[in-house]
Design a binder for this molecule. Structure first.
Ligand SMILES: Nc1ncnc2c1ncn2[C@@H]1O[C@H](COP(=O)(O)OP(=O)(O)OP(=O)(O)O)[C@@H](O)[C@H]1O
Ligand SMILES: [Mg+2]
Length: 162
């Protein structure tokens, strides 16, 4: 997969900053599919995205415990889905997941591998791997032209600012 990019995060702040740049680059109907084990940093990455979308208080972004989808108002409306506790994809489909992906906002899914069949093909997949106490390796793979453009924009911003 030549389209895959790798980014190393060496701290929580780094993960927040990378997420924030992605939030700043996001376009309506972008879908970001986060995977990786417990404690990989998916929620921190989502917090960063919220900050980049200028959500009022990104600190409130947490793993949705009792609800499966949290929504935040920002430059784009953010839908934050945590599929960990889902009984199955049908549960999320019943909540209107397909419409969320097509509502002009930004959809961020934690544990995206649990709802693989529901995800639009053109999602940006981001796999977070734990490589040390404070380090994480991010593998970003676009699934189509829309997400490829988002990834290109993210890499462009990174090169401008780091
Ligand atoms: N570089 C890093 N990036 C992100 N988190 C890090 C990093 N280094 C250490 N951490 C720690 O790893 C944990 C990541 O927690 P977080 O809730 O974001 O993970 P998660 O992938 O959402 O887990 P879960 O699957 O349980 O929801 C936090 O305790 C954080 O402090
Ligand atoms: Mg989480």
């Amino acid at each position: 997969m030549s389209d895959t990019h790798e980014i190393t995060s060496t701290s929580v702040d780094d993960t927040l900053a990378i997420g924030s740049r992605l939030g700043a680059a996001a376009q309506p109907n972008d879908v970001i599919a986060l995977t990786g084990p417990l404690g990989a940093g998916k929620t921190h990455f989502a917090k960063g995205i919220a900050a980049g979308l200028q959500v009022d208080d990104p600190r409130v972004v947490n793993s949705p415990t009792f609800v499966l989808v949290n929504e935040y108002a920002g430059r784009l409306h953010m839908y934050h889905v945590d599929a960990y506790r889902l009984a199955g994809p049908a549960e999320l489909a019943a909540l209107g997941f397909e419409d969320m992906c097509d509502a002009g906002g930004l959809v961020v899914v934690e544990w995206a591998d649990k709802i693989q069949d529901l995800l639009p093909a053109d999602s940006l997949s981001i796999e977070l791997a734990v490589t040390g106490e404070n380090s994480r390796q991010l593998r970003l793979t676009p699934g189509g032209p829309h997400s490829k453009q988002l990834l290109t924009e993210l890499m462009r911003i990174r090169n401008d600012t780091t």
